[in-house]
Design a protein around this ligand. Structure first.
Ligand code: ZN
Ligand code: ZN
Length: 92
């Protein structure tokens, strides 16, 4: 079952809301949170068993996949620690 996370940096005010993450009915593909240092964004991308995950915004291939339990992450825009908050909705 998938969920949503909200990203918020209190330093530069960069914010992304309702980022979909997690598994649907099968193990692969699943939506993973990523930080892209190329276009300086946070988002989620589909992870396939046999493919390199890409940034869903700029399609750069060197994204940093962030684990589902992660609650703090350095902001891609300003580099300061920012928070990830789980949303209260779910998807299947
Ligand atoms: Zn920031
Ligand atoms: Zn990118």
């Amino acid at each position: 079952m998938g969920g949503f996370v909200n990203f918020r940096c209190s330093y530069c005010k960069y914010e992304e809301r309702d980022i979909g993450v997690g598994h649907g009915k099968s193990e692969f593909p699943f939506l993973a949170l990523f930080r892209c240092d190329h276009c300086k964004s946070i988002g989620s991308t589909w992870v396939y068993q046999d493919r390199i995950p890409m940034c869903s915004i700029c399609y750069h291939e060197e994204v940093r996949i962030v684990g589902p339990q992660t609650r703090t992450i350095n902001c891609p825009r300003c580099g300061e620690p920012a928070t990830l908050t789980p949303g209260d909705r779910e998807w299947e």
